[in-house]
Design a protein around this ligand. Structure first.
Ligand SMILES: [Fe+2]
Length: 156
């Protein structure tokens, strides 16, 4: 039991486990966004290049929030890509040319994956009365759902 937080050990372990999985996924997606930001080619270069930058800048802040929430719960976040790759089910993207259409498809796949992970985090945090972790998840979920709308509209 963490007396100061009023959360028992099984709660902090369950939620930190979900946060650790999310942290790994976010790092892999961070790499994807750079692969696409740097390698997008075609007539839609300017808009897509800029949008991807805004996404990875937001993601850097979200990564920090997730890792710090783990520390608040008494768990150390992983810091190596070796650990992130072992934890995440996502594969890295190679550095090669990407079209705007392929970029949109890949980003939408990542967003769907993250949205699913966030719903699992929110559910686990809710079951264990960890409102602050649930709140962090809800805020990120809203942002990713909005990005899902942007990229779906782009692809329509
Ligand atoms: Fe850049």
């Amino acid at each position: 039991m963490n007396e100061k937080l009023g959360l028992d050990k099984s709660a902090t372990e369950a939620v930190a486990g979900k946060l650790g999985k999310l942290l790994a996924d976010l790092h892999i997606v961070y790499g994807h966004l750079h692969a696409l930001h740097w390698n997008i080619e075609g007539k839609q270069f300017f808009g897509v290049h800029r949008e991807l930058q805004s996404m990875y800048e937001n993601l850097a802040e979200q990564i920090d929030e997730v890792a710090e929430r783990m520390l608040i719960l008494g768990h150390r976040p992983a810091t190596t890509f070796k650990e992130y790759l072992a934890t995440s089910s996502l594969e890295e993207l190679p550095s090669r040319k990407y079209s705007a259409e392929e970029t949109a498809k890949l980003v939408l796949q990542d967003l769907a994956h993250l949205i699913k992970e966030l719903r699992a985090l929110i559910e686990t945090a809710g079951e264990h009365n960890d409102e602050a972790s649930a709140d962090l998840g809800v805020e990120m979920l809203g942002e990713f759902e909005k990005q899902n709308w942007f990229w779906s509209a782009f692809s329509a």
